[in-house]
Design a protein. Structure first.
Lengths: 498, 117, 496
């Protein structure tokens, strides 16, 4: 632990204390709550920027306190952490702004924003965890803090969705706990380390390690929505739009994907995992998930449901990249962690805008919406085209690295899979875009609200425009030295060593 | 004390304890159950006395006697408390027995502290 | 430096306060507050002493064992004192407003008897934790039982009286079984002192029948399945602060004696078969208690049945701690779980009391929207649920983690599955409550406003339960300090 390490604690506390303070706010103090929200989110942004600058200067960050006997609660800032913490902090800021606009006038906002902040605390905690027990702690906290958000509306439907969500994630958490306890019994405290922390067991405990790997993947797979553990995701769509955006792009599903990356890279070590022969089954599970999610997305008329199944599919690109040995595939998977987040959050912001402004919830109601809300629809279009993988957008970068990686590893089936998935992506996104831009609008929208100057509330508009801009930037400047891709290349270089 | 006597006392105390416990389980009337408790207690005290008498030498071991005295104090208090409580039960419910159905637990209806006497 | 005064203070202060509060009923709350502060100071001093110099002994009247009565504070004893102190203080604070809420003759009547009984209960608990011989343990156990029964009868209603009467009869019979065992042990070994018994155990072990009688009696008092039937009605029909005391502390008194018997005095008799048998009963209790908690219609009964399940967890300590391989992991895990359960359960019962008073009933399915009326209380419920389920970083998590680690070290997978499955069941029954409370329906009429102190006491205690896992290394240190020689298993499975 060092003084610099306090920055890590500060990153957690900036949202934790904000959340706690908001709980105690009077329901009516809207202005103060908004300022607190933006202050917390802004402070976190500044601290993360300071962290990045410090790392650039060669500082090392670590923080730990005693926790369980012999096992500290430890935070650190390795390359993986920085990638995920930056993503979640940036997106949290815009999601907060969006949520403030979205929930204007609805009840229980103190409760909502309180848990919203705690949820981000848990996510950044997952990002900054430096050992397995710390990771488990924040992982479970994420479950607990997202449940009230999912059931926020308090309707029968919401409660049912929440129950299913909780059942799946609790079961996942239990399996993960078993895996963590078991591994600790074998190897003692596990701190995350590049190229793995279980080298010493490779010779003697092969069978147990294989079983453990499977348990880890099942435990985390629930959150990462690997088929057949994805059942909760479409049901959790009852949550308000900013929550769905957060769940899909930043918090739960993404934390699951990040967890899989962590376990493969920094607990087992990708080369050890390959020697254990456990990567191929994982790649196949990811492949199945990619196709299954895309196929189901095709048949959804509900816009948010379609996006949900699309998430199931897209997040498994990350898993797929992780499960193929070789630096190029690793880069493709990891960079998609960022790219998918940017694109998916834009799509959910768009969907939320349609619902909030015009009362549109279904794809079949979207005719001509591009003329009524050109800016939102433009952002939506950029993200959707990125998802399909159109160059030069962010999604294209991920897919091309995945393709090259698969070819380098001799896994030709991946190329076919990715092509098929891209076609399916096009098949479920292009009709939406076609309807939005080229079909004529109905005489009356289902539920129109007027928001004055702009096509919708300015907070609702700013967030998707910024994130769509980031999608463009991530794709266009991928080869520059300050892009997500550049950072991911650094991680891959360390993970595979000289 | 000869071994034969010792064994006799031991068996007697066990028998008294068992009779008391049997009544505790089978009797319904609260007064009888309270008496059953006292019978059980007598069994235990007899055992203590027997053990004291077995001590080597002419003087019996005083420690078990002290324990019996303490035990009697405790059991008198317990009896007093139980009698008072049984009296309250009778005043409030009009019965001198506990409902057997409640043994299963959790079916005590709309009970909460608001529904007081 | 000797800290004997602290030991004496811990017993005499609450006893004096109990007597005074009987004489001056209007000052009950203040007397309890004074006792709580004094107990806090005494406990803190004892903890410091035990951590620095090991076990502290006070010979009552200067006689000394074996003839006199010794009071002893070791790591285990001070941990129990601390748990009782935290929960006792919280209950005292809560009760300072609870009984006054009704503003009726009846409420005043109850309050008048509550304070002396409560302080008497606290005296009994402290004396029990400090006792160093099995006969003195009997006396303190009876004191505890009397106070608990009278408190359970305090509500005065039909159900409360019947439940208290049943509780008394069960408790008295169980104590006599224990006393019978004590007599047999004395007959065989010629002493009742825990340390002397342990010292001569290898040459002269206590007879099996004595151990069986004592264990049976104590397990009944602890409400271990299948002797749990008396607990749910007694705990659920009492006033909220009493339910909290009964569930959080009273059942732990007899459990503590079981630990002293099996792990100290009669350690040589602790065979794997005994450990597995006690553990199996615990596992059955987890299943039965959780499943019946799931089926309860009323909140207080649900919480009471959850106590049956959580007691089951405590008994998993036996097979875990009895192994030389991982003894200390299991030992500290079980005892940390005990502390976590006490805090969480107190918080839950206090919350239930708030709900009951605010909306006039505690039917789970009619709690819709109660979150809106009582946000602080429901938050407290949620946090204490976190610990019951065993999610990190709660104390419940730390305890379960250590129990699981011990299970892994021993390679006993069946037990591990049991612990994990029990957690899922616990999640199921607490979520049932939360689901109803969160549902927006017709807002339940808040009949009575709840004094903030009552809501905040529950919340603070819930925060302790949900957060103290973050300092779980500390109780582990405390439990190791001043451990008697007769607990060799403490060496096994030292923290890595």
């Amino acid at each position: 632990m060092n003084i610099d390490g306090l920055v890590l604690l500060g990153i957690l506390l900036s949202s934790f204390l904000t959340g706690v303070a908001i709980f105690f706010l009077n329901e009516e103090s809207h202005r103060l709550r908004t300022w607190l929200n933006l202050l917390g989110a802004g402070l976190k942004l500044i601290l993360v920027a300071a962290l990045l600058w410090g790392i650039y200067q060669g500082h090392e960050y670590s923080f730990s306190i005693d926790f369980l006997p012999g096992i500290p609660l430890a935070l650190g800032a390795d390359a993986h952490s920085v990638l995920f913490v930056t993503l979640s902090t940036v997106l949290w800021f815009w999601t907060t702004l969006y949520a403030v606009g979205y929930l204007e006038g609805s009840p229980h906002r103190s409760r909502f924003f309180g848990f919203f902040s705690l949820c981000v605390t848990a996510t950044t905690g997952i990002a900054l965890s430096a050992n397995l027990v710390t990771f488990l702690t924040f992982y479970e906290l994420l479950t607990v803090t997202t449940y009230p958000l999912v059931v926020h509306r308090g309707t029968e439907d919401a409660m049912r969705g929440g129950r299913i969500y909780l059942a799946y994630t609790m079961l996942g958490g239990t399996v993960l706990l078993l895996a963590v306890v078991w591994l600790h019994g074998l190897a003692g405290p596990i701190a995350f380390r590049e190229r793995g922390a279980i080298e010493s067991l490779m010779a003697t405990r092969r069978g147990e390690l294989q079983a453990l790997f499977m348990l880890f993947m099942i435990g985390i797979g629930f959150k990462a929505a690997l088929v057949p553990l994805h059942g909760w995701l479409p049901k959790a769509m009852v949550a308000p739009a900013p929550v769905s955006a957060l769940l899909h792009a930043v918090a739960v599903v993404k934390a699951g994907a990040f967890g899989i990356v962590r376990i493969v890279h920094d607990v087992f070590g990708i080369e050890n995992a390959a020697k254990l022969g456990v990567l191929q089954p994982l790649a196949i599970a990811a492949g199945v998930t990619i196709l299954y999610g895309s196929l189901l997305a095709l048949f959804q008329d509900g816009l948010k449901k379609r996006l949900a199944y699309s998430t199931v599919s897209q997040v498994s690109y990350i898993v797929l990249g992780t499960a193929i040995l070789g630096p190029l595939a690793t880069i493709g998977g990891l960079v998609h962690l960022v790219h998918q987040g940017l694109m998916k959050i834009t799509l959910f912001f768009g969907a939320g805008n349609y619902a909030e402004t015009l009362g549109i919830h279904r794809v079949s109601e979207m005719n001509g919406v591009g003329r009524r809300m050109p800016w939102t629809t433009a952002a939506f279009t950029v993200a959707a085209l990125g998802m399909i993988g159109l160059p030069p957008l962010a999604g294209h970068v991920s897919k091309s690295y995945l393709n090259q990686g698969a070819a380098a590893a001799g896994q030709e089936w991946v190329a076919i899979l990715l092509a098929a998935s891209s076609l399916l992506n096009a098949a479920y996104f292009l009709p939406i875009l076609w309807r939005a831009w080229f079909m004529s609008p109905p005489r009356q929208w289902p539920h129109e609200h007027a928001f004055g100057r702009w096509e919708t509330h300015w907070m609702l508009l700013a967030a998707p425009l910024v994130t769509a801009g980031l999608v463009l930037w991530a794709g266009l400047s991928a080869e520059s030295s300050f892009s997500p891709l550049a950072w991911v290349k650094l991680i891959a270089a360390r993970e595979y060593g000289p | 004390m000869p071994d034969a006597d010792y064994r006799l006392y031991l068996m007697a105390s066990a028998a008294i304890f068992t009779i008391g416990f049997y009544s505790m389980l089978t009797q319904a009337h609260l007064l009888r159950r309270i008496m059953a408790f006292n019978v059980m207690g007598c069994g235990v005290f007899l055992l203590f006395i027997t053990l004291a008498a077995r001590a080597p030498g002419p003087v019996p071991d005083p420690v078990p006697h002290a324990m019996v005295l303490t035990g009697i104090v405790v059991s008198v208090c317990a009896t007093g408390l139980a009698l008072a409580l049984a009296g309250r039960v009778q005043t409030v419910t009009g019965k001198t027995e506990l409902e057997p159905g409640e043994d299963a637990g959790g079916r005590s209806g709309a009970a909460h502290h608001g529904s007081s006497a | 430096m000797t800290f004997a005064w602290a030991i004496v203070l811990l017993v005499l202060l609450p006893l004096a306060a109990a007597a005074l509060s009987f004489a001056f009923p209007r000052r009950g709350g203040w007397l309890a507050a004074g006792a709580a502060v004094g107990i806090g100071v005494g406990t803190a001093q004892l903890i410091r002493a035990v951590l620095a110099d090991g076990a502290q002994i006070h010979q009552v009247g200067g006689w000394g064992a074996p003839l006199g009565i010794d009071l002893r504070a070791d790591g285990l004893a001070v941990w129990m004192l601390l748990v009782a102190g935290i929960n006792g203080a919280a209950v005292a604070l809560y009760s300072s407003r609870y009984f006054g809420m009704e503003r009726s003759e009846e409420g005043r009547h109850r309050e008048r008897y509550f304070w002396p009984l409560f302080l008497f209960l606290w005296t009994a608990l402290n004396a029990l934790f400090l006792s160093a011989d099995i006969f003195n343990l009997y006396v303190t156990l009876e004191m505890l039982g009397f106070a608990a029964v009278m408190l359970a009868a305090l509500a005065g209603g039909r159900d409360a009286l019947a439940a208290a009467m049943r509780y008394l009869l069960v408790s008295l019979s169980a104590s006599l079984f224990y006393l019978l065992g004590v007599a047999l042990v004395y007959g065989q070994c010629g002493t009742v002192d825990l340390r002397l018994l342990a010292a001569q155990a290898p040459a002269q072990p206590a007879p099996w029948v004595a151990l069986a009688l004592m264990t049976g009696g104590l397990a009944t008092k602890t409400a271990l399945l299948p002797m749990h039937f008396w607990l749910p009605p007694a705990h659920a029909s009492a006033p909220a602060p009493v339910s909290a005391l009964l569930s959080a502390l009273v059942v732990k008194g007899s459990f503590y004696i079981l630990l002293r018997l099996w792990f100290e005095a009669f350690q040589v008799r602790m065979t794997p078969a005994v450990a597995q048998a006690l553990g199996a009963l615990g596992a059955a209790a987890i299943l039965w208690g959780s499943i019946s908690a799931l089926r309860q219609a009323r909140l207080k009964l649900l919480i009471a049945h959850s106590t049956v399940a959580q007691i089951g967890y405590l008994f998993l300590l036996f097979p875990r701690a009895a192994s030389p391989k991982a003894g200390f992991l299991g030992w500290s895990g079980g005892l940390i779980l005990l502390g976590a359960h006490a805090c969480a359960k107190t918080a839950m019962f206090l919350t239930a009391g708030n709900i009951l008073h605010a909306v006039g009933h505690d039917r789970i399915k009619d709690l819709e929207g109660v979150t809106r009326g009582l946000p602080v209380s429901m938050f407290a419920f949620g946090l204490s649920a976190l610990s019951l389920v065993g999610l990190p970083p709660s104390g419940g998590f730390a305890g379960k983690w250590l129990l699981l680690s011990a299970g892994v070290a021993q390679g006993q997978w069946w037990w591990i599955a049991m612990v994990l499955f029990g957690s899922l069941l616990a999640a199921a029954y607490v979520v049932r409550v939360l689901t109803h409370a969160f549902t927006s329906g017709s807002k339940p009429a808040i009949l009575n406003p709840i004094p903030p102190v009552m809501e905040w006491t529950a919340l603070v205690l819930a925060i302790v339960a949900a957060g103290f896992g973050l300092a779980a290394f500390w109780p582990a240190e405390l439990l190791r300090a001043g451990a008697p020689q007769a607990m060799p298993f403490l060496a096994g499975g030292a923290a890595p």
